[in-house]
Design a protein around this ligand. Structure first.
Ligand code: SAH
Ligand code: MG
Length: 206
């Protein structure tokens, strides 16, 4: 990955360790862009979108990145992953959209990374474009995570790549829902495992 983009990704606020970001980049770069564009659920401040956007640019496609920009449960005030810098002083609510726009501007990826702003399930319900690559990193509550799986995996083209973040086989390491999605993909939907890097799982649809 290009040094300048890597520097922006590493600087950006977010929840993507560099080794997992690079694995995400490699997975996206190795996916078949002719199947369709890339789509990410869970933009936050655009950190993972830079790793993915770099791959999209190289492949001549685009990344759609979906988020309502109001934060997940664990990002709200009083929770473990709250960041006060991301609160809108006018309303006291989380708003990661300005931060996302700065990250993508700094990366020079505004022509490649397309923010889609709103609730994931509402967007999925009316989506029609087959995807070549899907990255699930949105809300980690059971209902929200399984709704993302139900809403979006059906849009992944045959031969497409599915990446899931925060997959922890041992419950002591983190919440269950992303792991449950990973199991659904492998056990119920016949995905093949391509790579494992930290909590990132990369799978391919038969
Ligand atoms: N990929 C990011 C981290 C994403 S954090 C990174 O690299 O740092 C999870 C994000 O999912 C939050 O920004 C939150 O606002 C978003 N989110 C959670 N539930 C959502 C939903 N139902 N619809 C849209 N976005 C959602
Ligand atoms: Mg994550």
């Amino acid at each position: 990955m290009e040094e300048a983009l890597l520097a922006v990704a590493r600087e950006a606020i977010g929840f993507m360790p560099d080794d997992e970001g690079l694995a995400l980049h490699t997975a996206a770069a190795s996916s078949n862009a002719r199947l369709g564009p890339l789509l990410e659920i869970g933009t936050y401040c655009g950190k993972s979108a830079v790793y993915l956007g770099a791959a999209a640019r190289a492949a001549g496609t685009v990344l759609y990145t979906v988020d309502h920009h109001r934060g997940s449960e664990e990002n709200q005030a009083g929770w473990e992953h709250h960041d006060r810098r991301l609160v809108d002083p006018r309303t006291g609510r989380m708003d990661t959209l300005p931060c996302f726009r700065r990250t993508i501007e700094d990366a020079g990826l505004e022509d490649v990374v397309v923010g889609v702003i709103g609730p994931s399930t509402a967007i999925a319900a009316n989506w029609a474009t087959p995807l070549g690559f899907l990255f699930i990193d949105g809300g980690h509550g059971a209902d929200v995570a399984h709704a993302d799986y139900d809403g979006w995996v059906r849009h992944l083209a045959p031969g497409g790549t599915l990446a899931i973040h925060d997959v922890f086989p041992d419950p002591a390491d983190g919440g269950r829902p992303p792991y449950e999605l990973y199991r659904r993909a492998v056990d119920d939907d016949a995905f093949d495992e391509v790579s494992v890097t930290g909590s990132l799982r990369v799978l391919r649809r038969a």
